[in-house]
Design a protein around this ligand. Sequence first.
Ligand SMILES: NC(=O)c1ccc[n+]([C@@H]2O[C@H](COP(=O)([O-])OP(=O)(O)OC[C@H]3O[C@@H](n4cnc5c(N)ncnc54)[C@H](O)[C@@H]3O)[C@@H](O)[C@H]2O)c1
Length: 352
Amino acid sequence: MASQNNPQALITGSSGLIGSEVVDYFCKLGWDVHGVENNMRADFFGPGGDTRWNQRRLLEMHSRFHHHELDIRDRTGMDGLVASIRPVLVVHAAAQPSHDLAANRPFDDFDVNAVGTLNLLEAVRQHARDAAFVHMSTNKVYGDAPNEIALIERETRWDYADPAFVEGVPETFRIDRSKHSLFGASKVAAVMVQEYGRYFGMNTCCLRGGCLTGPNHSGVELHGFLSYLVKCNVEGHIYKVFGYKGKQVRDNIHSLDVVRFIHSFFENPRSGEVYNLGGGKVNSVSILEAFERVAALSGKKMQYEYVEQNREGDHICYYSDLRKMKAHYPGWEITKSLDDIFNEIHAAITAR
Ligand SMILES: NC(=O)c1ccc[n+]([C@@H]2O[C@H](COP(=O)([O-])OP(=O)(O)OC[C@H]3O[C@@H](n4cnc5c(N)ncnc54)[C@H](O)[C@@H]3O)[C@@H](O)[C@H]2O)c1
């Protein structure tokens, strides 16, 4: 039973990578944490995407965790749940998260990512208006426009040649006039999160993620790049590299550092904000470099196949400019290095 004296948090996608880290973090602080989850990741990605193991793990670990088997598309159900909990913190992490999958399931993608977000926003406006509301968005809202930044080719990676982007991509980068994938477009539609801040004055914030990662990801080929790459190496599967010579760059942030930011936002909320959230330049890695790192950990050479065609709208080089986050929340910083991230993912996958 939830205690009315404890702060109440509501997390959607609570068995996923980010959702489960949020549950764990706030339960450890003594909060009552309510998770909304329907294991739709298994429906999207098949058995490799099944997140029930993580739900069981959280229920075993935390008596203050309350699982609600609910679909965020269920408007009435979501409204009733928010009315009964009246959370002070809402973290919206449920999503169809894959760029590539959206093309095959456009209605599911839009209904979950755009309409599901609106269902939650409106329920919070009606019943918990003062809550801090954090929405997990994506750098795919910039579409493929970051590919217009002048690049330099190095031995193992692409990098920005334009000095304006030496710290990475800032929040001022344009979000239209580019190819987004249907996934990126449904996430753009969730600009509603900013509107509920700017129009209604609610404490909303939108986090445009780079690669969010960690040991609790149910990584699959279409989503969860590092987790899936390490899994392929450990299990001896062939990893497919799509274009860009394998030198494409991603910035990686551990899910714990994501949650630490969410906590900072809760303690000092702002209205209608947007932040680019990733590992930044220091935690960036190319696919070729990731192969070397995982091989050094496992002692197994990475087996891969190169496909000349890049994925539609895929970024060649992307890392987040973290300066706005750090300016607004000076106590927050990246605490998990790329080495930590590789070590933890490798240990978790070998232990499974
Ligand atoms: N992981 C990344 O690299 C990354 C990068 C950028 C943005 N993001 C965003 O961060 C958020 C969380 O990502 P993640 O990596 O934790 O994803 P995830 O797939 O691990 O977690 C999402 C969870 O939501 C659940 N879910 C999906 N549809 C649902 C529905 N209709 N009702 C209830 N639950 C539902 C899934 O079963 C899954 O457990 C997503 O919005 C994603 O787009 C992730």
